[in-house]
Design a protein. Structure first.
Length: 256
């Protein structure tokens, strides 16, 4: 059994974390199956090294934007526009979520040419949020996107029935229930919120919840076969994901 093994991707490349005897055995087996294996000692490799290794050797799946809905569950172009501004104006590496949002918005002619960034707090894996600030009708608007369960704790208001209202407990429960439902559909869910302020620095508190983005990251067709081959060879595949448990479980069930 290897420590952690990723799914075999389209071009049969495998990342193995943990240079153990079983890891080496797994690599030898997979090499015989025509896969290129990349092994790293997990105790020595830092997050940046692993990210570079993955970007250099592993192609990304084609993430597809499926939904952009408000709290009433209705399609809402402003939810998409907020997500687009956030993803487009953020600096640094564009992950597959950002790329999918930008591609979809551009293909649907969403115009954000008037938005200019004033401030930014980049995404990091601890906060699970990303924020940008842009001028907005004489004030500044903070637009934040990220994990729904995290973002909800930063919100004090909500846009409901087209009006701003205080965020109540039943609203939070309703949103999280919708997030859970979307997760069971194997959708990666991103929440979006904003805040208007006269300040010129971002404060990710007192936000107004806007809506949810649902992304589909479809498993590659050959993943099920690869997982079955690993199991038959005595290799235990372990899925590594940044998705929440509900989405991860739905994806795992889909690939066997």
């Amino acid at each position: 059994m290897i420590y952690i093994c990723s799914s075999v991707l389209k071009n049969k490349k495998v990342l193995i974390l943990g240079l153990s005897k079983s890891g080496i055995s797994a690599a030898k087996y997979l090499n015989l199956q025509g896969a290129d294996c990349y092994i790293t000692e997990s105790r020595q490799a830092n997050e940046k090294d692993l990210q570079t290794m993955i970007e250099d050797n592993f192609p990304e799946n084609d993430e597809e934007l499926q939904k952009y809905i408000n709290v009433d569950g209705e399609d809402d172009d402003y939810v998409l526009k907020c997500a687009y501004v956030n993803s487009s104006l953020g600096t640094g590496y564009k992950n597959i979520v950002d790329k999918a949002i930008i591609q979809y918005a551009k293909s649907h002619n969403v115009d954000i040419s008037n938005y200019k960034k004033i401030d930014e707090i980049p995404f990091d894996s601890t906060r699970k949020l990303m924020s940008v600030m842009v001028p907005y009708f004489g004030e500044n608007r903070i637009i934040t996107k990220g994990a729904a369960e995290i973002l909800m704790k930063k919100c004090s208001h909500i846009i409901k029935d087209g009006k701003m209202q205080s965020l109540e407990t039943h609203d939070v429960n309703g949103i999280l229930s919708r997030v859970d439902k979307m997760g069971r559909e194997a959708l990666r869910v991103i929440a979006v919120a904003y805040r208007d302020t006269k300040l010129t620095k971002i404060n990710e508190n007192g936000l107004v919840f806007v809506g949810l983005i649902g992304m589909m990251d479809p498993p590659r067709p050959e993943v099920m076969k690869s997982v079955k081959e690993c199991i038959c060879a005595g290799i235990r595949p372990v899925m590594i994901t940044g998705d929440n448990k509900v989405t991860a479980r739905a994806i795992a069930q889909n690939v066997g």
